[in-house]
Design a protein around this ligand. Structure first.
Ligand SMILES: [Zn+2]
Length: 170
């Protein structure tokens, strides 16, 4: 997001020239430069044997199931965001987190950091944000995720990681 006024004190921002970034909006009162950075967000495919955890959240997609996602907050690493979001939304504890690459969502200025994570412990205990959670055999997951293009790409990467070349090529 490009700021015109300081979100801290309301002062009109000046443009300050930074060495390698060019002109950057700057508040001289707070001495802060407001770089035009995207919002980091995680998406996690949680795996237990051959099952994957899928959620139904109609405010994201009306007719699709989705993976677990959430914003990275200040003070945490993205790996701890994965652990926190999965626990908050589903009650499940995960470990052995593996980074699968990133996707940029221009419409929302979001950088999606995608992961797979393995089930460690816990029973499904959904948050009020989530309508429904279930373990689905990963071979059938893509059919449940019609509208979720990013989610489907992550599931394909997970299938590849798990050595399911046959399904991957389908
Ligand atoms: Zn300010």
């Amino acid at each position: 997001m490009k700021y015109k006024y300081c979100p801290n004190c309301g002062k009109k921002l000046e443009i300050k020239y930074s060495y390698d970034e060019g002109g950057v909006p700057y508040c001289s009162k707070d001495d802060i430069m407001f770089f035009d950075t995207p919002k980091p967000c995680i998406i996690a495919a949680v795996i237990k044997d051959r099952d994957i955890l899928l959620l139904k959240q109609s405010y994201i997609f009306k007719d699709s199931k989705v993976l677990i996602s959430g914003y990275v907050t200040n003070g945490e690493t993205v790996e701890s965001t994965v652990v926190r979001e999965v626990k908050e939304e589903t009650g499940i504890i995960v470990g052995n987190i593996k980074y699968l690459g990133s996707e940029y969502l221009a419409s929302k200025e979001i950088i999606m950091l995608t992961f797979m994570a393995y089930y460690v412990d816990g029973e499904i205990n959904k948050s009020s944000e989530v309508e429904h959670i279930e373990w689905i055999n990963i071979e059938n997951a893509l059919e449940e995720m019609n509208e979720d293009e990013i989610g489907k790409r992550i599931v394909k990467k997970v299938l590849k990681e798990l050595g399911s070349e046959e399904v991957f090529n389908k």
